[in-house]
Design a protein around this ligand. Structure first.
Ligand SMILES: NC(=O)C1=CN([C@@H]2O[C@H](COP(=O)(O)OP(=O)(O)OC[C@H]3O[C@@H](n4cnc5c(N)ncnc54)[C@H](O)[C@@H]3O)[C@@H](O)[C@H]2O)C=CC1
Ligand SMILES: CC(=O)C(=O)O
Length: 309
């Protein structure tokens, strides 16, 4: 599958690198306002191809995106230290107003995979600008937060993060919801497994993991200016699920009805395959998680309505 990436900055180029290392794409085309940057990234990433999958990596313009099965949108600006994702909305919405039309002109059949922040709202704006059905405009949503949750739980429990089944739902941002009540180690509740291992999930452990997930971007941005490896791997995971028509369950963001909030984009566990998102799972949550998810969806709905697109 040919994959386009608009925005060859840290996120876009990390996604391309991750696709080269894990497979899933047969061609990758990097497009950026800064053409010199796109060419340099394509060349640098191309040098990893002998160690990875058989992929051709090029830089190009919008016309070179013709035939793409997926186009990743990672263009625009990122957070400065202390800034929230929502504060990027005006600047990135302006970028997307020009970019989405260009992408649709050359590849109206592509699935659009949005990474730019605030990703839930940028995904919904992209859906409205493109006129595509909801399931074909996928925001990376909480795929990264879910990875952070699984990683931290895996470290606490002493097991591989891949054996931790836990999800982060709602906004990719400050109002996100860690679904503790449904989290499993293998097929055992994490609370029960943690007790068996002599590493109980105390209030202190729970608060530390919650902060570790919810504040990860702020901490990393404070330390190195931006985050890119985790999301690059997450985007490559979504692309692989589409390319292989996997039917993988991933927490991604598409516009749907969430707990009675209509036409809102936020993350739930959803089934991803060749046609994009084809189904969603209704999570089993306790009362406080349900209320937090509804509040997150309502906040996103108010914000997207205020944009007026
Ligand atoms: N969804 C997620 O989990 C995550 C999302 N992000 C978001 O991804 C976005 C990109 O972040 P970085 O790659 O770190 O930023 P960056 O500044 O390294 O790269 C952005 C690129 O977009 C390009 N660009 C800007 N306007 C453009 C236009 N009109 N057309 C084409 N290219 C254009 C710039 O030239 C630049 O190369 C940010 O909004 C950031 O907040 C970052 C990390 C995680
Ligand atoms: C920047 C961002 O959205 C993240 O690392 O979660």
């Amino acid at each position: 599958m040919k994959v386009g990436i608009v925005g060859a900055g840290m996120v876009g180029s990390s996604a391309a690198f991750a696709m080269v290392m894990r497979g899933g794409a047969s061609r990758i085309v990097l497009v950026d306002l800064d053409e010199k940057r796109a060419r340099a990234e394509a060349e640098d990433i191309g040098h990893a191809v002998p160690f990875g999958a058989a992929v051709r990596v090029d830089a190009g313009g919008y016309d070179d995106l013709r035939g793409c099965g997926v186009v990743v949108l990672a263009c625009g600006v990122g957070q400065k230290p202390g800034e929230t994702r929502l504060q990027l909305l005006g600047r990135n919405a302006a970028v997307f107003r020009s970019v989405v039309g260009e992408v649709m002109r050359v590849c109206p059949e592509a699935i659009l995979l949005v990474a730019s922040n605030p990703v839930d709202i940028m995904g919904q704006i992209t859906q409205r600008l493109s006129g595509l059905p909801a399931g074909r405009v996928i925001g990376s949503g909480t795929i990264l937060d879910t990875a952070r949750f699984r990683w931290l739980l895996g470290r606490h429990l002493g097991i591989a993060p891949r054996s931790v089944h836990g999800y982060v739902l709602g906004e990719h941002g400050d109002s996100e919801v860690l679904a503790w009540s449904a989290a499993r180690a293998g097929n055992v509740s994490v609370g029960s497994f943690a007790a068996q291992m002599g590493a109980p999930i105390t209030d202190e452990v729970r608060a530390r993991i919650d902060t570790g997930v919810r504040r990860a971007a702020y901490t990393i941005i404070e330390g190195k200016g931006a985050t890119w490896y985790g999301i690059g791997a997450g985007l490559a995971r979504i692309v692989a699920a589409i390319a292989a028509d996997e039917g993988a369950v991933l927490t991604v963001s598409v516009a749907s009805e969430v707990l009675g909030v209509r036409d809102v984009a936020c993350s739930l566990p959803r089934v991803v395959g060749a046609e994009g998102v084809v189904a969603e799972l209704v999570p089993e949550l306790d009362d406080s998680e349900t209320e937090a998810l509804r509040a997150s969806a309502e906040m996103l709905k108010r914000t997207v309505e205020a944009v007026g697109m």
